[in-house]
Design a protein around this ligand. Structure first.
Ligand code: F6R
Length: 250
């Protein structure tokens, strides 16, 4: 695991954007896995400013997840986020932008179809990941098995609380379609962005090397090509973890 600690969230985003821009222009990234949420926004803002990021005409975007019950036209959907924040600035057309369908009559079938889509367009060359305050990745909540594939999941109360600001005055959806842990682990490279003190516990767990389904982010430490980029606040618990204080001998 490579660990990079930056002073600010913006620098964390810039660091990853540079990495992606170079992969896009060298041809190393044909399939880019994208996370939604607040953490990766500095990546996408920065990427949008690189002309080279448009270099690949055959670039495919693959999302991690979508709420069940939201249509792609709903501004709160991850489909809308991916279209506006990532696909449009990078010039990726809708037919090469893949997000699970949250609004169809059969969510299980939509999850299976999305897993098949990833197998068809993949492997994902670089997957961007955020992390939940409870250690979730995608919407793989605590307890998710290592071998899980894309499926319908029930969101934890903590995740629904964390995401409540995006749903002012209404209930946060209770279910989502998410890539499974195994689906995520098949990507060739994983890059985790963690910013803010609320992520410090999850970051420390990832770095600890102890793998537990209770903190799904810890599965990522088993990936052969993982980069963690954390700002100082998210890395706040790391020094203690990496160099534990030992009291001076008498
Ligand atoms: C988003 C996703 C989630 C978020 C996580 C952190 O596609 O899969 O795992 O990355 O909930 O969200 P933020 O970045 O908003 O704190």
């Amino acid at each position: 695991m490579r660990i990079r600690v930056t002073e600010t969230a913006r620098e964390a985003g810039q660091t990853i954007a540079l990495d992606i821009a170079s992969g896009l222009s060298s041809g190393a990234i044909r399939v880019l896995g994208v996370a939604t949420g607040a953490s990766p926004l500095p990546i996408y803002d920065e990427l949008a400013s690189f002309a080279g990021a448009r270099a690949r005409a055959d670039l495919e975007l693959v999302a991690l997840d979508e709420y069940v019950g939201l249509a792609a036209s709903d501004p709160r959907s991850f489909a809308a986020y991916v279209a506006e924040r990532i696909a449009a600035p990078l010039g990726v057309p809708p037919e090469r932008t893949h997000v699970p369908s949250g609004s169809g009559p059969d969510a299980d079938a939509a999850a299976d179809a999305f897993e098949a889509t990833i197998r068809r367009v993949g492997p994902v060359d670089l997957q961007i990941l955020g992390v939940g305050t409870n250690g979730h990745i995608g919407f793989n909540e605590p307890g998710s098995p290592r071998e899980s594939l894309t499926r319908v999941v029930t969101l934890s109360e903590r995740t629904r609380r964390d995401n409540a600001p995006y749903f002012p005055g209404v209930e946060v959806p209770t279910r989502a379609i998410t890539q499974g842990i195994d689906t995520i682990m098949r990507a060739k490279r994983l890059v985790v962005i963690a910013t803010g003190a609320r992520k410090a516990e999850a970051v420390a767990a990832l770095v600890s090397g102890v793998v537990t389904p209770e903190l799904p982010v810890t599965f990522l430490s088993q990936h052969p090509d993982l980069t963690l980029v954390a700002d100082a606040a998210a890395a706040g618990a790391l020094c203690r973890r990496l160099t534990p204080f030992s009291p001076p001998r008498a």
